[in-house]
Design a protein around this ligand. Structure first.
Ligand code: FDA
Length: 407
């Protein structure tokens, strides 16, 4: 037997739940189908268990997309202040950690409990442990479905029974490929392909970078050492992306906020430039010594970098003599350390997936497909990727909200 709803949402993550709440509040009969055994698993592990749920300084410039204008409308319609109002309505305590990043004081589960309560209040039905077997509508050319309706075939994990749900609106909120072990699947992209929608190739983003074998041997015993850097990369032919934050050596290569940020802007080939002594005039510092020699250079480098890194640096890049020229070259090396990581640590370690449903396929106002009426895509599955710092959740809330208003 088919069970009829107004809206079926696939995926009970940040974007799907926000969309369901808004549609439910508008009186729609909403069903959310979730493959995992509970809602919002990514929310629960986010922000080190405290969920960096938004960023006060959100602007469209904090997002990467083939169409940089696409996110503007949704971000303007649902702002960080809107989400903060919701958080405060539920009495959730929060704080700003740095750079506008808002975290729960207590635990990320405050956010999932809030979303669950909002779903209950809006009479949204949530079915976890639901594995989606197939989706049909007349646009998929099967001829099996009533006109303008989507049929979702689901297998429940509990009793392996097959159920069929039907609705005129289907919202795909199944996220990206990051972290398969907590439920990430390619479902959203597969469904988009089934309906003939274009996809910008997905790739891991906000992801640690892995060195070549040679660089691993040279640097990776420093795993755990961190320092402040300015990391930059040629994001486009005309523009460099640049972030001043911490970098951390790992057993594979490098990570830390500066590297995660820059990883999203790298196509896998460009060199990354690290300024290890940002804002410092090394030659002036050197001139403060009575004698300019290898020992005074060593003091300068040890002043800037953590001791073990400084010593490895001096071994690897010693000044070629005591001339001004040699020290200028050594200073430049410290300001412009070029590295060429071989690869990334992949979807298993990536915080998000860049790429996704091509935004040309969707209405920027409602997230509805231009080709398939009634089909919506929200959240990370869309080709809109936030920088580190609460921006990805803000996109999930904003895109979910906009679709919810259109249902
Ligand atoms: P999300 O992935 O959250 O939800 C998709 C849901 O769909 C999941 O519940 C999944 O199980 C379900 N699903 C998948 N396939 C399905 C199928 N076939 N059928 C049914 N259900 C299916 N961002 C941020 O702004 N601040 C932060 O602090 C962090 N921290 C963070 C830490 C870690 C470790 C990760 C991996 C990621 C973050 N992020 C983050 C990123 C953020 O978690 C992410 O961008 C949002 O959760 C995306 O929300 P969505 O709802 O789009 O997808």
């Amino acid at each position: 037997m088919n069970q009829q709803y107004d809206v079926i949402v696939l995926g009970a993550g940040a974007a799907g739940l926000m969309c369901a709440i808004e549609a439910g509040k508008r009186g729609r009969r909403v069903l959310v189908l979730e493959r995992a055994d509970r809602i919002g698993k990514k929310i629960l592990i986010s922000g080190g268990g405290r969920c960096n749920f938004t960023n006060l300084h959100t602007t469209p410039e904090n997002f990467l997309s083939s169409n940089p204008h696409f996110a503007k409308s949704a971000l303007a319609r649902y702002t960080p202040a809107d989400f903060i109002r919701l958080v405060e309505k539920h009495g959730i305590l929060y704080h700003e950690k740095k750079l506008g990043q808002l975290f729960c004081d207590r635990a990320a589960s405050d956010i999932t409990a809030m979303l669950e309560q909002e779903c209950r209040d809006a009479q949204v039905e949530i079915r976890c442990n639901s594995k989606i077997e197939a989706v049909h509508n007349d646009a998929s050319g099967t001829g099996l479905t009533p006109s303008g309706q989507f049929i979702v075939q689901v297998q429940t994990h509990s009793d392996s029974a097959e159920m069929r749900f039907i609705a005129p609106h289907l919202v795909v909120a199944t996220g990206g490929l990051s972290i398969a072990k907590i439920g990430a699947t390619s479902f959203g992209y597969d469904l988009a392909r089934q309906f003939g929608l274009n996809i910008v190739s997905p790739r891991p983003a906000l992801v640690p970078l892995a060195f070549t074998e040679r660089d691993r041997r040279r640097w990776c015993d420093l795993a755990g050492v961190s320092c402040e850097v300015t990391a930059s990369v040629a994001a486009t032919k005309k523009k460099r992306a640049s972030f001043r934050e911490n970098m951390l050596f790992t057993h594979q290569g490098i990570s830390g906020p500066a590297i995660l940020q820059i990883s999203s802007y790298r196509d896998g080939k460009q060199a990354i430039c690290l300024d290890l002594a940002a804002d410092r005039d090394l030659m002036a510092e050197l001139h403060a010594f009575d004698h300019r020699d290898q020992a005074s250079w060593k003091s300068v480098v040890r002043e800037i970098l953590p001791r073990r890194f400084a010593d490895r640096w001096l071994e690897t890049y010693p000044p070629a003599g005591n001339s001004d020229r040699a020290f200028m070259d050594a200073a430049r090396q410290l300001h412009e350390w070029e590295i060429n990581p071989e690869t990334t640590e992949g979807y298993g370690k990536a915080e998000v997936t860049a790429g996704g449903i091509n935004t040309d396929e969707l209405s920027a106002k409602t997230m509805e497909s231009r080709k398939v009426p009634g089909l919506f895509f929200v959240g990370e599955v869309v080709d809109v990727t936030g920088q580190l710092g609460g921006f990805n959740f803000q996109w999930a809330w904003a895109s979910g909200f906009c679709a919810g208003q259109a249902l």
